[in-house]
Write a protein that binds this ligand. Structure first.
Ligand code: FES
Ligand SMILES: [Fe+2]
Length: 450
């Protein structure tokens, strides 16, 4: 439950809002590098935190992210000529470089110095791990990039993708730190007995109501959902929220998995999810996550990038017969990392969930903690200029997520300390402990052991 006021604070991201101002202090993944494939390529419409921006790659290969409306009389720079180290407005020829400086004003007399007094709003960009990061914040000295391990994977070792979700960023993000939904939304038609005894899936499906812990950290919040795993130990699913919109969920094997998502608000009602993970991890997951979900072709529209074929217009392709016959819990197509199922429930809440209607239970502990952290940190920044958490200590982002067995009589966080650490190989950890593939919808038939 959140009051109407708290809900507005945590969901609204446009210029001048509390959360919008807070988020802008961090580096934000804005687009994929491959969306601007070569110098002087076609400009791109990018909506980010409620601002309409035009992305372009200049002749030297540098990326610019500049306000859509030309500072002269407001024509869209999307139609601009991207040439010779800048983007030139096609209305009267004013030209801007990636810093927003006006470098040519051919409709003014040559002796005029008007162009030196005109600037376009433009934000600094850097590229890393196939992503273009932008800084839209208030600092003159740029902060460091977050020290997320997945961003340090070398080319060829990471898999990156972007997906548009037609809803507010927070309800989408909350799906990723809500670990218990996996045993219903994705696994409600699966039975524990179909998986090897002793595997993660076995315990997850035989105890669909785990116990929870959630703890504040210097990067955000960490949770553990634990289930009895015999032998005086528990199976823990451990994952994180990292400021201001990063997650790493508790699926997979802790110590092996390198995987992070950024839930980037395009505006209050659209979110672009950037997911970067190690190829090794991606190929060992139960459902296919290498490659792409089935997509509609990209268009040049503000909302035309990285849409999926399943969407609210086709009810996420729900098949009621499949649902009724337990082919899967939802009846939605078993596609790419359960994408239709996750997106359907997130988008079904409406563009912005009115959180005063909620009834949160014990399994929502992590979501409650994370909202509080966001509200506290964003208000502290607005009211007291308290530096945003983790912004100046990028190494705190170096933390892994996943599942592990933990003896019952020890402190869980202390016990997994080594496994949480980034940049460490654990050759002894095998992916099979998860219990094998589970993504395929499996019917309860006579041939299937009950
Ligand atoms: S509106 Fe862009 S140059 Fe005149
Ligand atoms: Fe999910």
């Amino acid at each position: 439950v959140l009051s109407i006021e708290d809900n507005e604070t945590v969901t609204q991201v446009g210029p001048g809002t509390i959360m919008g101002g807070f988020m802008r202090e961090y580096w934000i993944p804005a687009l994929l590098s491959e969306e601007l494939p070569h110098p002087d390529c076609d400009p791109l419409r990018v909506r980010l935190l409620g601002e309409d921006l035009i992305a372009f790659r200049d002749t030297a290969g540098n990326v610019g992210l500049i306000a859509n409306l030309c500072p002269h009389r407001g024509a869209s720079l999307f139609f601009g000529r991207n040439e010779e180290a800048g983007i030139r407005c096609v209305y009267h020829g004013w030209k801007f470089d990636t810093s927003g400086a006006c470098t040519d004003m051919p409709n003014e007399p040559p002796e005029s110095n008007f162009k030196d007094r005109v600037r376009a709003t433009a934000y600094p960009c850097v590229e890393k791990a196939g992503l273009v990061f932008v800084y839209m914040g208030s600092r003159d000295t740029l902060p460091p990039l977050p020290g997320i391990e997945a961003l340090d994977l070398p080319a060829g070792k990471y898999h990156l993708l972007a997906t548009l979700k037609e809803c507010n960023w927070l309800q989408a993000l909350e799906g990723d730190i809500d670990t218990v939904h996996a045993a219903f939304l994705h696994g409600g038609a699966l039975q524990a007995e179909w998986f090897p005894e002793g595997s993660f899936s076995y315990y997850e499906l035989s105890q669909r109501a785990p116990h929870f812990a959630a703890v504040d950290t210097d990067y955000g919040t960490i949770y553990g959902a634990y289930r009895d795993a015999g032998h005086d130990r528990d199976y823990w699913r451990i994952g994180q929220f990292l400021f201001p919109f990063w997650t790493s969920p508790g699926s997979g094997v802790l110590g092996r998995k390198i995987s992070n998502k950024a839930w980037v608000p395009m505006d209050d009602t659209h979110t672009m999810v950037f997911w970067i993970q190690s190829v090794e991890e991606a190929t060992h997951r139960g459902t296919p996550t290498v490659g792409d979900p089935e997509r509609l072709p990209n268009t040049t529209d503000w909302y035309g990038r990285y849409r999926t074929v399943y969407n609210s217009e086709n009810d996420f392709m729900i098949d009621r017969a499949l649902q009724r016959e337990w082919g899967s819990y939802t009846g939605m197509p078993v596609q790419f990392n359960n994408g239709p199922e996750d997106t359907a429930v997130q988008v079904s809440m409406g563009a912005i969930l009115p959180r005063e209607i909620e009834h949160l239970g014990t399994s929502d502990l992590m979501i409650i903690r994370t909202r509080q952290r966001l509200l506290e940190a964003s208000r502290a920044f607005l009211e007291h200029k308290t530096p945003p958490p983790a912004l100046d200590t990028p190494s705190v982002y170096g933390v892994r997520a996943g599942g592990a067995f933990v003896p019952k009589d020890v402190d869980w966080l202390e016990h997994v300390e080594d496994l949480l650490r980034p940049y460490v190989d654990h050759p002894d950890l095998a992916p099979d402990i998860q219990g094998g593939p589970r993504g395929k919808g499996r019917r309860r038939t006579a041939a299937t052991p009950e």
